[in-house]
Design a protein around this ligand. Structure first.
Ligand SMILES: Cc1cc2nc3c(=O)[nH]c(=O)nc-3n(C[C@H](O)[C@H](O)[C@H](O)COP(=O)(O)O)c2cc1C
Length: 173
């Protein structure tokens, strides 16, 4: 049975380099692996504990995570941390057990590898809180400059595509 990885972009921007990582991963998965790029970030309502069980988009999110053997995050850093939209996504998982023991990693795509420490620290905190299993060896860097993102939202550069594929494979160990 093929293994399955969910890739989650923290960016809502058209032409996003982080979303390009995810779209490219879905289009160029490792052998024996299926990859889905989560596309529901902007459909999620603002987190409200009173709304438990009320939103299809939340149920879809939790089902997508539960169906995956591993989840890879690729997010910009905003104001020293992750974007609010991604924090909102993660808050919808706190009351569920979908991340319990789940393999997770995050990949940086900013061309300057020194950027994104704040986003990485937040992911470590929140994913630790939901008891995900962080695969440190898979938390890597695949530089994707904006010029590499094509009109289809993917990266066509062969070396970068290979690096994206390898980054996804790494989270499965
Ligand atoms: C509101 C805002 C805040 C940002 N804050 C940071 C930051 O704190 N640290 C950083 O390295 N980059 C910061 N950036 C730059 C983005 O992280 C960077 O442009 C990123 O590559 C965008 O990813 P995307 O192409 O997926 O949208 C910020 C950008 C915006 C728009």
């Amino acid at each position: 049975m093929p293994r399955h990885v969910l890739v989650v972009s923290g960016s809502t921007r058209a032409g996003s380099t982080n979303s390009a990582f995810c779209a490219t991963a879905a289009a160029a998965p490792p052998v024996g692996v299926t990859v889905r790029a989560y596309d529901g970030l902007t459909r999620l309502p603002h987190f409200n504990p009173d709304d438990e069980g009320r939103h299809d988009a939340v149920a879809e999110l939790r089902a997508a995570i539960a169906a995956a053997d591993a989840v890879v995050f690729c997010t910009p850093e905003y104001a020293g941390t992750i974007p609010g939209a991604l924090k909102n996504l993660l808050e919808w998982t706190v009351g569920a057990t979908v991340f319990d023991g789940k393999r997770v990693a995050w990949v940086r795509v900013a061309p300057d590898a020194r950027r994104g420490d704040g986003a990485a620290a937040t992911l470590a905190t929140v994913l630790g809180y939901v008891q995900a299993r962080v695969i440190d060896a898979a938390c890597g860097h695949v530089p994707i400059g904006r010029q590499l993102v094509g009109p289809d939202g993917q990266v066509s550069d062969p070396a970068t595509r290979a690096a994206v594929t390898a980054a996804v494979a790494a989270v499965l160990g």
